[in-house]
Unconditional design. Structure first.
Length: 279
């Protein structure tokens, strides 16, 4: 990415990892917008270069307003770190379906809502990256994380599909799984799950509780998580901000009709090779 300043939206700039990540990126010289879900979080102090931004990923209007505010100030968005997280534990038969719907709406639908809202802008720029942060679906074996695993698996598959659809645009979607069990994040959810475990036998519940305790002891700190996400921002396929209006125009990668025809012939040749190989 060189020395260019990137415009970065961190969807959850309120949590400990989110705040640390915003400050870390701002100290590296980038332009940060830190999302906060409620007015109570508006007065959090950040490093210079971080702008707090009202953002509720469960609301179409809130997402649209946030993107409008950023683009009015910067004319682009280079990276979105979609790190709003929630959790839902319990035996499948014991979790109320309304709780499951609320969880999926925030963890899955909300993440995709923000992702889809920024993709048209990034395609027009000719570059951009969305990093969707989820929890490690293999963090616990033996049950009680069914809805958690469903959401994480869905995000992984949707990222795969999105990247296939975005091929050649300079835009990518990535998933980054981070630890579910640093105590600050997990404890509020863990304190609510006892009534959801009644559908299972005592041995399974005891094993689940032991696993949770060991995971929380060994969990990385919020600063470790922030550093991991920071490194993800600068991973192998660098995002280059649009430097001028001409480079921002879509489809500029095919400079002429000759180039387009050449690519079509190339794909036709590859398809013929596959036919010969398979049949």
């Amino acid at each position: 990415m060189g020395e260019s300043k990137l415009v970065i939206l961190v969807a959850d700039g309120v949590s400990a990892p989110g705040r640390l990540l915003c400050n870390r990126l701002a100290s590296a010289g980038h332009i940060l917008f830190a999302g906060y879900p409620s007015p109570q979080s508006e007065n959090i102090e950040y490093e210079a270069g971080v702008t707090p931004l009202a953002l509720d990923i469960s609301s179409d209007n809130s997402v649209a307003a946030a993107i409008t505010q950023i683009t009015k100030a910067t004319q682009r968005i280079d990276i979105v770190i979609n790190n709003v997280r929630t959790a839902l534990f319990g035996a499948l038969e014991a979790v109320h379906i309304c709780d499951a719907e609320n969880f999926i709406n925030e963890m899955l639908i909300g993440t995709v809502r923000l992702q889809n809202a920024v993709l048209p802008l990034m395609r027009a720029q000719g570059c951009g990256r969305v990093i969707n942060v989820s929890t490690q679906q293999d963090a616990i074996e033996g049950g009680f994380t069914g809805w958690q695993s469903v959401a994480v698996a869905a995000l992984e598959k949707l990222a795969e599909i999105a990247n296939a659809e975005l091929a050649g645009t300079g835009v990518s979607v990535r998933n980054q799984q981070i630890c579910l069990f640093h105590s600050q994040f997990a404890r509020p959810y863990l304190s609510e799950i006892d009534h959801r475990l009644v559908a299972s036998n005592d041995a399974a519940v005891c094993a689940f509780n032991r696993t949770i305790q060991s995971k929380m002891i060994d969990a990385p700190s919020p600063s470790d998580e922030a550093e991991r996400l920071f490194n993800m921002v600068f991973a192998d396929d660098p995002v280059k901000p649009a430097l001028d209006q001409e480079k921002s125009k879509p489809f500029n990668r095919c400079s002429s009709s000759t180039d387009i025809l050449r690519r079509i012939r190339q794909f036709q040749g590859e398809a013929q090779c596959w036919r010969v190989t398979l049949f």
